[in-house]
Design a protein. Structure first.
Length: 140
């Protein structure tokens, strides 16, 4: 994670997922699923926001017109490591599902990385510029 000291712009430089997913039946598909989940988690942490008009009681951003999703340029390096494991209890194939493994801790990891880089603790998602800029340390 990198945060610009002057503008508070956040960038994810790299991501790593280490998964215990049982017997991997198709390594290429499993890797792609985890990378997709990590990308979704990064989007949830940095971009996705549900805005509610409290006066009129409706969702302001209820369509895909203003929806932002991360792209490869937002996360240039993603790596997935599968631990060697066979789970005889999970299924007859001794495998587990990998679809949700990559998204589980991403938002918390991004928020903690921002805190480590800036000293600013953001406790609600998404971690956006307006939540950071006013609390950034003064640069001499």
């Amino acid at each position: 994670m990198a945060v610009d000291a002057y503008t508070a712009e956040t960038r994810i430089r790299r991501m790593l997922a280490v998964c215990a997913a049982g017997r991997i039946l198709n390594p290429i598909s499993a890797r792609s699923q985890v990378i997709g989940a990590m990308t979704m988690g990064a989007g949830a942490a940095l971009m996705e926001d549900l805005v509610v008009d409290k006066r009129r009681g409706f969702f302001v951003n209820h369509d895909l017109a203003g929806y932002e999703a991360p792209v490869h340029a937002d996360i240039p390096h993603q790596e997935v490591i599968f631990l060697e494991e066979v789970d005889p209890i999970a299924s007859p194939l001794k495998a587990k599902g990998v679809g949700e493994l990559g998204i589980c801790g991403v938002a918390a990891a991004v928020a903690n990385a921002v805190y480590n880089a800036t000293g600013v603790r953001v406790r609600d998602y998404p971690v956006t510029l307006d939540k950071l800029i006013g609390q950034m340390p003064v640069i001499a």
